[in-house]
Design a protein around this ligand. Structure first.
Ligand SMILES: Cc1cc2nc3c(=O)[nH]c(=O)nc-3n(C[C@H](O)[C@H](O)[C@H](O)COP(=O)(O)OP(=O)(O)OC[C@H]3O[C@@H](n4cnc5c(N)ncnc54)[C@H](O)[C@@H]3O)c2cc1C
Length: 322
């Protein structure tokens, strides 16, 4: 099998989650005579070669063109499909993320390939690999075999650690792109980012999330934002606050939001509904503050504080600052 890892790049930076897709490829390669390539897509991505060239890939493929400056799904999918055909790829892999939710299904359709998202395990020792993936907000783990010569997957970053780098370096190989033939059905107009300046919750070591205990946007910013800034952490939110218009849906953690796996997840006034827990249960340490001692969040928390967030959080911020 030859795997193609689609690296995720945002604003010229390699996303850490790409390491999980490479970790997956390394696990597959350890189980048999398999190889993998890493694909860098963008306008000026050559500078990122050193960050992926020491993980044992056969090649780091560079698909660079001004038409790929923004991650427009139809163009990226087209290039991925072209490269997969040319390299005789059997498995296309990317980290599970908003980017890959947009791009990978299109690439799978172009390749007439079956697709699995949220893969958390693989047994590649048999001729046809068997995958494990989460379903129903993480409450069911399905064991799946994908039919077809080409398979497309996204993998959960919490399930596949980034491998150690080695001293050997993979060759960088430019990919020829027929820019005139790229689809133009989607046009990039602008990008609007909320909460700029704070880390991305899917990449951060610490995430502080707030729930319905926070009554308005000012309180959320003062308590959840203030605690996050004191810790150098990312900010997250339950859906209750998104639905109430208090937080942006870019902050939503959970089944229908982002899946995070930080070293520390601090749940501030969040009940712990299964749909929220689905997005954060892989955090290494979970700490929760809730005034209700029976809140379900305490069942998944390693540390719990039964307290009113309006009293406890200012004290925690003050203690951390002094
Ligand atoms: C299909 C589907 C998908 C969903 N996807 C998501 C998702 O992705 N993410 C998500 O978060 N939810 C999701 N939900 C919603 C989810 O079911 C819950 O409704 C939501 O998570 C509740 O948010 P919450 O914990 O902030 O609010 P609540 O459940 O209202 O909990 C608030 C908590 O704050 C505590 N509290 C109140 N005041 C204070 C105070 N002063 N001090 C301390 N504690 C206090 C209360 O004891 C309570 O435990 C989804 C639901 C459905 C049906």
């Amino acid at each position: 099998m030859n795997l193609l890892i689609v690296a995720e790049i945002s604003r010229g930076q390699l996303k850490l989650a790409t390491g999980a897709a490479i970790g997956f490829a390394r696990q597959v390669c350890a189980a048999g005579a398999h190889t993998f390539d890493v694909l860098l897509l963008g306008s000026d991505v050559g500078g990122l070669v050193p960050s992926v060239a020491s993980y044992g890939a056969s090649a780091v493929l560079i698909a660079a063109a001004p038409a790929l400056a923004e991650p427009l799904a139809d163009r990226y999918a087209d290039v991925i499909a072209q490269v997969a055909r040319e390299r005789n790829t059997s498995v296309v892999v990317a980290a599970a993320s908003t980017f890959s939710k947009d791009v990978l299904p299109r690439a799978a359709a172009l390749l007439d390939a079956g697709m699995l998202s949220d893969v958390i395990g693989v047994d590649a020792s048999a001729e046809e690999p068997v995958f494990r993936r989460v379903m129903h907000a993480g409450n069911v783990v399905a064991t799946v075999r994908l039919a077809g010569a080409v398979k497309v997957l996204t993998v959960r970053s919490s399930a596949f650690p980034t491998p150690e780098k080695s001293s050997a370096t993979s060759p960088a190989v430019p990919v020829t792109i027929d820019v005139a033939a790229l689809p133009s059905g989607i046009e990039f107009i602008s990008r609007e980012e909320k909460g700029a300046g704070r880390p991305d919750p899917t990449e951060a070591r610490i995430v502080v999330s707030g729930g319905r205990a926070l009554k308005n946007a000012e309180d959320f910013e003062r308590l959840v934002g203030g605690l996050a800034d004191t810790l150098g952490a990312a900010v997250g939110s339950s859906r209750a606050l998104v639905d109430a218009g208090i937080t942006s849906n870019a902050l939503q953690i959970g089944q229908t939001g982002k899946v995070v796996a930080p070293e520390l997840y601090l749940a501030v006034g969040i009940s712990g509904a299964i749909q929220h827990v689905a997005g954060m249960k892989d955090a290494k340490v979970i700490a929760a503050i809730n005034k209700d001692p029976d809140a379900p969040i305490f069942a998944v928390a390693d540390y719990g504080l039964v307290a009113d967030v309006y009293e406890a959080v200012p004290q925690i911020i003050s203690r951390l600052k002094h």
